[in-house]
Design a protein around this ligand. Sequence first.
Ligand code: SAM
Length: 225
Amino acid sequence: MSVREEFDEWASSGKDRGMEERHWHTAKHVLARMPVEAGETVVDLGTGSGYALRALRERGIARGYGLDGAPEMVHNAQSYTDDDAIGYLIGDFDALPFEDDSVDHVFSMEAFYYATDPHNTLREVHRVLRPGGTFYCAVNFFLENEPTHEWQERISVDMTLWNRQEYREAFRDAGLYVAEQDAIPDREIEIPPAESFPTDEWERREEMVDRYRTWGTLLTVGVAP
Ligand SMILES: C[S@@+](CC[C@H](N)C(=O)[O-])C[C@H]1O[C@@H](n2cnc3c(N)ncnc32)[C@H](O)[C@@H]1O
C-alpha cells in the first residue's frame, strides 16, 4: 500500500485527531524548543491534522506550510483552520515544493521514517532552509526504542529504523550541523499498575515504561550552515 492509500484511510476514519492527541504529549515540548521568531516561515513535513502549524501561528510565525502525501489528511487539516497564513499541500518528502533558502524552520513529527529515501529528504531539507535555519525532526520509531519496532508489522509502508548515531550521521552527510539530540519522554500517557499486565497491547509493564518514559520521542535538531 502507498503512503497515500494508508493515510487517506486514517484521515477518512478520523484517526488524524487521535494521532494529534497522542503526539501532542511530546510534540508540544519539541515545538517549545524551536527558536521561531515573529515573521518567519515554517514547513511541517507529514503534517497530519496540521496541529503543529496552528500552534506555531500563536507564536507569531508569518507563514506555515504543512506538506502531506495523503490528500485526505490535507483536506482535513484545511478544514480545521480558517487562517489564511497556513497552507496545507499534497506532496512528497522526496521533492519539497519550495525554493532554495526560502524556509526558516522545518518541523516533522512521527513522519520522517516513512520517507522513501530519507537521505534525499535530508538533502531537500538542507536545500530549502536558509542559512541558520533549523530542522526539528522527532521520531518514536528508532532502534533504541525497541517496543516500537513491531509498528512496522502493523503498517503497509516501509519504515526506516535508524539508531541515534545514524540520525546524526545522516544529518551531517546531508550538510546539516547537529545542534542537539535528545529523547523526550511521554510523561502524560497513563501506565497502569503492575497487576494490570498483561493488557491488550502490552505483555509487561517494563516494556510500556521503556517505550514512553525512558525513550519517548527522539529529537534530532539540524542547522543549515
Ligand atoms: C504518523 S502521521 C503523523 C502526523 C502528524 N505529524 C502528527 O504528529 O500527528 C505521518 C504523516 O506523514 C505523512 N507521510 C508519510 N510519508 C510521507 C511522504 N513520503 N511524503 C509526504 N507525507 C508523508 C502521512 O500521510 C501522515 O499524515
